[in-house]
Ligand binder design. Structure first.
Ligand code: ASP
Length: 412
C-alpha cells in the first residue's frame, strides 16, 4: 500500500533522558543519520548549572520535552556499482568526480521541486551517458562481443513500474523503462520486442558500436584470454565464486585491475514525500547472450513503495534475484517493523554472502542507507539538510552541496 507522506521537520515529545543516552547510535550509523556539519551531536547529559559551565545532569532534572528533530524535505542516493576496487588507483578521483556530478544533478532537481520519479530517471540517464559506468555507453560485453542492457524504474506512490531487459540499441534504457511503465499495460519487455517498442516510443537509438568503450574492450579481451585457459566462455563460474563480486569487471583498467561492476542506480524522496528508484546496467562481463540479471526484475534489483523504501541494488544479479533483495528490504520494514537501516543491514550483511554486492535505499522520512558487503561500493548521498557525501570504500568524503533552489509550489 502506498501512502503519500508530507516530510518536513518533525516535532515529537521525547524524554530528555532518551536523547541523552540514545542519540549516540542514532547519529552514528551510516544511514542518513550520520552527524553532519548541520547536525552536530550534543552531549545532552550536560546542562548548564550555575553559569560556570556544564555540569552533570541529575535524574530529577530529566523531563519530557518537545524536541524538533529535523528531517529532510528531499533526499537522494546514487550508486555506481559494487565490487572489488583497488585503493592504489589513480582513477578513483575521476570516479569521485563522476559521482559528485551525478549527485549535483539530482540534488539540484530535487531542490527545485522536481518529482522523484523524473529525478531518478534523469540521474540514471546521465550515468548511462557517462562511459565510465557499465550502463548505456560503457556497457560490458557478452561472450560474443555484443552489448545487452537491462533497466528498471519504479514509482513508490502508485507501485507503477517499468523495465526492459537485453535491449541492444536504446541509448538510455532507463528512458525506455519509463515508457514501458507509462505507455503500456506491461511491466517488463525484453529483447527485440523491447528494442522495437523503443522505435514506437521514440526514444533515442544507437548502433551497438556506440556502447563499446576502449576500457571495456580491453577488459573483455583480457578476461576472455584468461577464461580460455580455465573455464568456458559463458562466465558461469563468475556468479558462484566466493569473494568480492568480479563477474562484471566494470572499470578494471581504470581501477588498477580491480573488478568494480559500475552498474548505476538512484533512489530519491522528493518534496512531496514520494519515493522512486531506478537502476540500469550492461549486466556482467562475458555473460551469455540472453542472460538477464536482477536489475529489471522488480523486487530483486529495484523496488519503491512510499510507505517503506525505495531501493536500488548492485552486485551478483543471480543472488539478488534468488533473495528478492529489494523487496525483502521493503518487507522487513512493512511486516517486521524494522528501521530502514536495520532492514538494509540484515539483508546485505546477514542474508547475502560476503562479496555479493550492496544497495542504496531511501525511506519516507528521508533517511538514507548505503550498505555493501564487497570491499567497495561507488556511492553518493545528498539531502536538503546539506548532506553531500561521496564514497568508494568505507570512508565517506563530505562535500559542498549545490545551492538550494527556491521552494516549489506544487508537484510538476
Ligand atoms: N547486478 C547486475 C547484474 O547482475 C550487475 C551489477 O550490479 O554490476 O546484471
Amino acid at each position: 500500500m502506498s501512502v503519500p507522506q508530507t516530510p518536513g521537520p518533525t516535532l515529537c515529545a521525547i524524554a530528555l533522558a532518551v536523547l541523552a543516552f540514545g542519540c549516540g547510535e542514532w547519529l552514528g550509523s551510516d544511514g542518513g543519520t550520520e552527524p553532519t556539519d548541520h547536525q552536530e551531536p550534543r552531549n545532552l547529559n550536560q546542562i548548564d548549572g550555575d553559569g560556570t559551565g556544564p555540569t552533570e545532569a541529575r535524574p530529577e532534572d530529566l523531563q519530557i520535552v518537545d524536541v524538533a528533530v529535523p528531517t529532510p524535505n528531499w533526499a537522494l542516493a546514487i550508486h555506481g556499482g559494487a565490487g572489488s576496487a583497488n585503493r592504489a588507483t589513480t582513477d578513483a578521483e575521476d570516479y569521485y568526480e563522476a559521482l559528485r556530478e551525478a549527485l549535483s544533478l539530482g540534488a539540484e532537481q530535487l531542490a527545485g521541486g522536481e518529482a522523484s520519479l523524473r529525478v531518478v530517471e534523469n540521474v540514471v540517464a546521465a550515468l548511462e551517458d557517462d562511459p565510465r559506468f557499465n550502463a548505456g555507453r560503457g556497457s560490458v560485453f557478452t561472450t560474443i562481443g555484443t552489448h545487452e542492457m537491462d533497466a528498471a524504474i519504479m514509482d513508490g506512490r502508485s507501485l507503477a513500474c517499468g523495465a526492459v531487459a537485453a535491449v541492444k540499441n536504446v541509448r538510455n534504457p532507463i528512458r525506455l523503462a519509463r515508457r514501458v511503465m507509462e505507455d503500456t499495460r506491461h511491466v517488463l519487455m525484453a529483447g527485440a520486442g523491447a528494442d522495437n517498442f523503443g522505435v514506437v516510443a521514440g526514444v533515442r537509438r544507437e548502433p551497438q558500436a556506440y556502447f563499446s568503450t576502449e576500457r571495456q574492450l580491453e577488459r573483455f579481451r583480457e578476461l576472455r584470454a584468461r577464461r580460455g585457459a580455465s573455464q568456458d566462455e559463458s562466465g558461469d563460474s563468475a556468479a558462484t565464486t566466493a569473494g568480492d563480486y568480479t563477474g562484471n569487471a566494470g572499470a578494471p583498467a581504470a581501477l588498477g585491475g580491480a573488478s568494480h561492476l559500475a552498474t548505476v542506480g538512484t533512489v530519491a524522496m522528493d518534496r512531496y514525500g514520494n519515493l522512486a528508484a531506478a537502476t540500469s546496467t550492461g549486466g556482467t562481463m562475458l555473460k551469455r547472450i540472453g542472460r538477464v540479471g536482477d536489475v529489471p526484475v522488480i523486487g530483486a534489483g529495484t523496488y519503491a513503495n512510499n510507505s517503506t523504501a525505495a531501493v536500488s541494488c548492485t552486485g551478483r544479479g543471480e543472488e539478488f534475484i534468488r533473495h528478492a533483495v529489494a523487496h525483502d528490504v521493503s518487507a522487513r520494514i512493512e511486516y517486521g517493523g524494522l528501521t530502514l537501516q536495520e532492514a538494509v543491514r540484515q539483508v546485505i550483511q546477514e542474508k547475502l554472502r560476503p562479496g555479493d554486492g550492496g544497495l542504496i535505499a531511501v525511506g519516507p522520512d528521508g533517511a538514507i542507507a548505503m550498505e555493501f558487503n564487497t570491499n567497495a561500493m561507488f556511492r553518493g548521498a545528498a539531502d536538503s539538510l546539506g548532506r553531500f557525501d561521496v564514497g568508494i570504500w568505507d570512508e565517506v568524503r563530505r562535500g559542498q552541496p549545490p545551492s538550494e533552489q527556491p521552494e516549489a509550489e506544487a508537484p510538476p
